[in-house]
Design a protein around this ligand. Sequence first.
Ligand code: ASP
Ligand code: CP
Length: 341
Amino acid sequence: MSQHLLTVDSLSRESVDHLLRVASRMEPIAQRHQVTRVLEGAVLGNLFFEASTRTRVSFNAAFCRLGGSVCDTTGFTFSSMAKGESLYDTSRVMSGYCDAIVMRHPDQGSVAEFAAATNVPVINGGDGPGEHPSQALLDLYTIDKEFQRLGKSLSGAHILLTGDLKYGRTVHSLIKLLSLYDPLRITLVSPPGLEMPSTLIDLVTSRGHRIEQRDSLGSDFSDLDVVYTTRIQKERFTDEMNESFQGLSDDFMVNRDFLDNRCSQSTIVMHPLPRDSRPGANDLNVDLNGDPRLAIFRQTDNGIPMRMAIFATLLKVDDVIEKDLRSVRWFVPSQTGTLDR
Ligand code: ASP
Ligand code: CP
């Protein structure tokens, strides 16, 4: 793994497999059975210039669970970028304060520009419509865990990516990560104008995967292993698109009817979240809440061990975790995290 995690392009199949293995060794810590102090004394700078709940808080919690401390900055308003400070200067300053930096920014390429000015490991927490590599890694970790539970193999699996595939950065990272594995069948379904960029389709096809594009969810998906649905990224629309976009039609909505009548009992449902619950958004339907095929909260829980694995690998303590483990001393409910595991 290279010094930073800016794009999944820097990951080989070997380095991804390593991260999956380290994440699984982090599970006892993530599930609050054990504690470690391997990152004692280290400081994380969390710089979020776009809205976030999961990425910001789970990177923060992951660093703390490894024994480090976190300094958080949210929004341009409370950063000196609001006074015109450049990414270069901000990066040089932050490098003097922190041992690792996670950054989310609305402009594609901005996190890489920031990283070029520092020797401190930088993780891209989402750069505009570009990439979200740690999300893709936790998504892959989730698929791997779910497939182990279901006795399935990733090789030859059928994966549906749906929703906003143009601006959804999580699917940009995920499709490239999946393409490192044995040939898959990937189906893409998106509203007109929000299709997956053709450069990504060409890349994945050139690696031997079969990609099919359909214009709705109205056909047979009975051999589907994973449906990964995404929110319409309206915040990235141009004014013209905002005027013409009438909202997501039912043809693209993942709900109980779709899962019961088009998919199978072993199709799992994923979403990077947040799901847009506003009227007319037609995002992933709440009628699937409580259905065991809905993996979205297992997916969010998996963000902690995967982000711990990313820090441990970048800061080179992935070999010493087991030497430093102790049992927790505080009260931990018998089931932590989400209840519908
Ligand atoms: N939370 C994810 C992201 O920041 C997906 C989304 O916002 O829809 O990319
Ligand atoms: N999945 C994800 O990135 O969520 P947030 O936008 O809440 O961080």
